[in-house]
Design a protein around this ligand. Structure first.
Ligand code: DC
Length: 212
């Protein structure tokens, strides 16, 4: 069973999903970390992230453990390396391919079947688990999202804004697993809200729906 937290980069998904999982004693699943692992493996092997067939075949051979705890790629802790700008950029490219998405979605469904999860991503409520009992779509203004990411990365808000815009465009325009709001999702704009407040609201919805 899964509570789905979807939305664009910088909307606060990670902080909210982690805190919510802790509060409800659920397991946190970072689906983006899995796409990042495929991207890292692709770069390490000198493959072109744009190559759908090769990246799809590669994805099938990888052993990815997205947590809890460190992110493991074929048994190696890659928690830090998958957050670098070059992996972020490549992840945005490999995640376009249906060949890659199919492998990731299957792995995520298998994990979710084993317990109670809070999963964050782009397509958890629409593709991975359309029957999730609680789907939340987090948003925030482009300015706030860029500021948050810039703060995390120690970079200039303006250049972060440009790269976020490009990744948003790829996430929203791809054919498979595109970033879209599930019809039954609750939308929350986090621009003016603190993490605690957002977590409080979602925990309230979970209680109302008899999930907790
Ligand atoms: O959430 P994130 O920035 O760690 O995600 C990394 C990349 O993976 C990003 O380009 C979007 C993609 N992604 C995806 O396509 N589907 C998901 N469920 C999660 C992430």
């Amino acid at each position: 069973m899964v509570i789905a937290i979807d939305g664009p980069a910088g909307a606060g998904k990670s902080s909210v999903a982690k805190a919510l999982a802790e509060r409800l004693d659920f397991t946190y699943l970072d689906s983006g970390a899995m796409y990042r692992c495929v991207a890292l493996a692709c770069l390490e092997r000198g493959l072109d992230p744009e190559d759908a067939t090769l990246t799809g075949e590669l994805a099938e051979t990888l052993e990815i453990v997205p947590g809890p705890g460190p992110v493991l790629l074929d048994g190696i802790d890659v928690s830090g390396e998958i957050r670098t700008e070059r992996v972020t950029e490549a992840a945005s490219r490999v995640s376009i391919h249906p060949e890659v998405r199919q492998v990731m979605v299957q792995a995520q469904r298998e994990l979710i079947d084993t317990g109670r999860y809070v999963a964050e991503g782009r397509d958890i409520g629409t593709v991975v688990s359309p029957d999730s009992p609680l789907k939340v779509f987090l948003t925030a203004s482009p300015e706030v999202r860029a500021e948050r990411r810039a703060l995390e990365a120690g970079e200039e808000a303006e250049s972060v804004r440009r790269s976020i815009d490009q990744r948003d465009e790829r996430d929203s325009s791809r054919e498979h697993g595109r970033l879209e709001v599930a019809p039954d999702a609750v939308e929350l704009d986090t621009s003016e809200l603190g993490i605690d407040e957002v977590v409080e609201r979602i925990a309230g919805l979970a209680a109302e729906r008899g999930i907790t």
